[in-house]
Design a protein. Structure first.
Lengths: 276, 305
């Protein structure tokens, strides 16, 4: 436990001193700023036009677009920021003077994982929180189920982080980044195949999409978050670009959480056996 | 307290078809400075890594400080400086030592006092607040030494500690090893630099293709002297008479070579030669170096690693 806390402190210290996190923060702030600016002018135009019911539709769509952008930034951060945390230290040899200390290898991995979880969840609060706050301050609009929605986005980030750490226990930094992005791409495309299959009443396509979600549940978590954060009327008539035809079930959340734990256990085991 | 700090019995590490360490059995005693000598690829670093829990052995048994391999408690009493030392270079010297001290679970007051003491010992007090990325190789070596000694270890592993260092750096390492010896801290030293090993070590093991081929006590052993004589003309039967004083009698490039164990033999050799009517132009005496012994043990057919 003591070793794990030391690793958490070191990883947070390292993140503070590394430019990649600074760049991610900068882009996050720029994005929120851009979103808020766009929303301000759109809202001002809507008020001047006196649009009624359509307001909710427009505001919901814009908010979802903003959150979709945040989701994109979060996915990038979850894959790239921890990509070399193990693989870099292994290839450079830095790991040797850590593992030869009286600290268990699991403490090293768990410490890094916990620290990056804190960083990513903080990033989520900054970007998505900033987006939602801007929407509320400018237009007085708050989407439904914000808490559960953000929790699902957070789980998505943790899932990708865990894949990145597991990859780093065996692969080089670049191979790891390519692998995790590849898996995310698989999930992303699979999600679309599932939507199109459902819309076109094509069961094989739907099943292929579902299979990809089971293999990598991250995109399914975003779709569920987006579904929950849209007003029921809008999402059920599917008038929003973020409406889902095929909505992941609650069982997918359980599977995603279990999946994350399994991948973490895999990461711990891989690092435990690795010759350093 | 156990007398042996390292005990291995038929330790083996196989990587696929290749045995990096095969059937390695040795012991290192408490307070001993033990040298591990061998060409590149002999398995020296793999052996150290097995003892430190960086690599799991394929077969065999070993204990470090009386505990089986992989024991976390034992690692609290061990220090290690790798050959290709790399550290988190975004930390400054002080932060780096604090981090490693925290991994040793050292309490803050003792850790801070120890950091001050070690930074002073390795002459890095002035650079303590500079980031490691700004350190020269010699400075990194010194902060690495400090890291290995933080928790007052009972056993320290140094893997090629002086390679790439200037003479002052090598002297510092030698002085630190001497201080550790006085504190009865055992030192396990991998090195290529035989002249350094000869000066610092109590005992050495020559390792070849993953096995110990010879162990030798250096301290307390009388040195083998190599005598080179430049003589006037003398028949071979007269020269053969020198064999009574020592071994390895040979003639090379007009000089007669002989190995003797005791320097008291030298005046006897000179008297005998004069008594035989052989003119003596030069008597040169050299200690049989570890390097010569190394080459002899490794064999002429051994290729560079």
């Amino acid at each position: 436990m003591h070793g794990m806390l030391t690793m958490v402190r070191l990883t947070l210290q390292e993140a503070r001193s590394r430019k990649i996190l600074l760049v991610a923060l900068l882009f996050g702030l720029l994005f929120v700023g851009l979103y808020a600016t766009g929303l301000y002018f759109i809202h001002a135009h809507m008020r001047s036009q006196g649009l009624g019911v359509q307001n909710r539709f427009v505001l919901s769509s814009i908010t979802m677009a903003g959150l979709y952008g945040c989701n994109f930034l979060l996915v990038m951060a979850a894959v790239l920021v921890p990509a070399d945390t193990l693989s870099g230290e292994i290839s450079s040899g830095v790991i040797q003077t850590l593992v030869s200390k009286p600290v268990r290898r699991v403490e090293i991995v768990l410490g890094k994982w916990a620290a990056f979880s804190l960083i990513l969840l903080g990033y989520l609060v900054l970007t998505a929180g900033g987006t939602l706050l801007s929407t509320w301050l400018i237009a007085g609009f708050v989407p439904p189920n914000v808490g559960p929605g953000l929790a699902l986005m957070g789980l998505e980030a943790l899932l990708l982080l865990t894949l990145s750490i597991a990859g780093g226990a065996r692969l080089s930094t670049i191979a790891n980044g390519v692998m995790v992005f590849g898996l995310y791409g698989l999930a992303f495309l699979g999600g679309w195949v599932e939507q199109i299959g459902t819309f076109a009443n094509n069961d094989p396509a739907r099943y292929v999409g579902i299979a990809s979600s089971l293999l990598v549940p991250c995109e399914a978590l975003w779709r569920l978050a987006a579904y929950n954060m849209q007003p029921p009327l809008l999402r059920d008539v599917q008038m929003s670009p973020f409406a889902s035809v095929s909505v992941p079930s609650l069982a997918m959340i359980v599977w995603a959480a279990v999946y994350t734990m399994l991948v973490l256990a895999f990461a711990l085991r891989q690092f435990q056996k690795r010759s350093l | 307290m156990k007398e042996c700090v390292i005990e291995t019995r038929r330790l083996r590490k196989q990587f696929g078809d290749k045995a990096a360490v095969s059937d390695l059995t040795l012991t290192v005693r408490r307070g001993e400075v033990f040298g591990f000598l061998g060409p590149n690829g002999a398995g020296k670093t793999t052996f150290i890594k097995m003892l430190l829990g960086l690599i799991d052995p394929t077969a065999g048994e070993a204990t470090v400080l009386g505990e089986p391999l992989g024991n976390v408690r034992a690692r609290a009493r061990v220090g290690f400086l790798p050959e290709h030392f790399r550290f988190h270079d975004w930390l400054n010297g002080r932060e780096f030592l604090q981090f490693h001290g925290q991994l040793y679970q050292m309490a803050a007051p003792r850790l801070n006092a120890r950091i001050r003491e070690l930074l002073k010992r390795v002459d890095l007090l002035d650079a303590a607040d500079c980031k490691l990325k700004e350190y020269s190789k010699g400075m990194l070596q010194r902060v690495g030494l400090a890291q290995a000694l933080l928790n007052d270890p009972e056993l320290v592993f140094f893997d090629e500690p002086t390679s790439g260092l200037d003479p002052l750096g090598r002297l510092l390492v030698r002085d630190i090893i001497e201080e550790l010896r006085e504190k009865k801290t055992a030192v396990f030293l991998n090195s290529h630099l035989l002249s350094e090993v000869e000066v610092t070590c109590d005992r050495v093991a020559f390792v070849k293709r993953g096995q110990v081929v010879r162990e030798l006590t250096l301290k307390g052993r009388p040195p083998l002297l190599r005598v080179e004589l430049k003589l006037g003309s003398a028949g071979p039967e007269k020269i053969a008479g020198l064999a009574q004083f020592g071994g390895g009698l040979s003639t090379q490039n007009g000089q007669v070579h002989l190995q003797v164990e005791d320097e008291e033999k030298l005046p006897k050799i000179t008297s005998w030669l004069v008594g035989q009517g052989i003119k003596v132009y030069e008597v040169a005496v050299k200690r049989q170096s570890l390097e010569a012994m190394f080459v002899e043990v490794m064999g002429g057919e051994e290729r560079p690693g």
